[in-house]
Design a protein. Sequence first.
Length: 194
Amino acid sequence: MELTLHAAAFVRPCVGERLSGDGTLIEKRGGLTCAILIDGLGHGRHAHEACSAGLAAVKGRWTDDPGTTMTLLHEGLKKTIGAVGAVCIVDEKTGNLAYSGVGNTVFRILGKEARTFSSVPGTLGKQMRVPRVDRMTLRDDDILILHSDGISDRTPVSEYPEMRIHSVQTIVRTMVKRFGRTFDDVSCIAMRYA
């Protein structure tokens, strides 16, 4: 049985703002799925401009190595206020996953084995250490959640048991609505390997 990666994203601006400083990108190419989340520093127009510059730097240019893609993000954000971000690459055929994050983004895998990946300190476009790349192999029905600090990294997903049966589109909207901070931009990517 062949497994497929289903993915969705949802972004909501801070209350009182029309533009969000958070942004996401999900692209598929050659059997790979790339999910990128960027959180521009602060919120409002300058954060939105930083996020847009970062997404423009990697759209269609990401590689199968999250560390290299993170370097592209860093270069693309140099003329902005900066951002934090995360890159996740999944090979749908093998289930192999590679992740790299800079700053306070959160990446969790929920399944038979729950796991949280941590990001290295830094600010894309300003100061970034050599990106660390974490790897693992996904299992059938694993759910991947990637979100900005608009959702607390201490959010107890046990308070959302319906996640196991919801579509990825419903998961991202529910995560933002139920756990998103009102006075911050919020972004969430959900993926299910099934």
